[in-house]
Design a protein around this ligand. Sequence first.
Ligand code: CTP
Ligand code: MG
Length: 245
Amino acid sequence: SRTAAVIPAAGRGVRLGPGAPKALRTLNGTPMLVHAVRSMAASRAVSLVVVVAPPDGAAEVRSLLDAYPLTGHDRAELLVVPGGESRQESVRRGLAALPEDVTTVLVHDAARPLVPVETVDSVISAVRAGAPAVVPALPLADTVKQVEPRTGAATGEPEPVVGTPERALLRAVQTPQGFDRRTLDAAHEKFAAFATEGEGATDDAGLVERLGSPVVVVPGHEEAFKVTRPLDLVLAEAVLARRRA
Ligand code: CTP
Ligand code: MG
């Protein structure tokens, strides 16, 4: 029985603005994807990392990663497979590449390059303790409103508010999300037809919930934030600089 990490890295990063695919953009000189791979391999429990590359970029990603070999405590086997049109489809392709003996799977966004190993290990521990699906998450700082979305929301057209869920009951979820491998395989198999961008699940635990299986939350970490918009790059580089100081 082994633990593997699947890293979806096939997105273009539209919200980050023009440039290379998001996972290949650098943070203080090192590609975001390299940081993400290292943060999974840093866990002693993880012996295999499967990177899901842009659909036509698997060879390029393979040679990029070969320039940053995993050594010492971070040593892990590395596979690179091509991704799909949506995150859900990319994860499904990563799962398909896992060998038979993998029983615990982490799914980790390449866009969360700085997650600390303590968070990775606590997710793995909770899965090994018997939870079929485990999600790291934090309480929200902002109050959240449900609205009636207007298609022109980006233009600033006002949107009617429908309600305000009680903030104390909400959590913002991160990755790595950890799973019993059979549970996650079953969820992705069952909902594969709904994997198109916009319709597919935005996280893997959501598919397990739809399957009717239990999902639990464990404490996440501020440094596991997702690099989504340009300001997030500034924050990520500052976090790295602080670590090295
Ligand atoms: N992802 C993927 N395959 C896709 C789309 C997304 O593997 N077809 C991955 C991204 O590479 C990222 C993770 O899913 O590591 C989380 O997605 P997100 O932050 O939305 O990244 P992008 O889709 O690249 O960004 P955007 O939505 O701004 O285009
Ligand atoms: Mg996206």
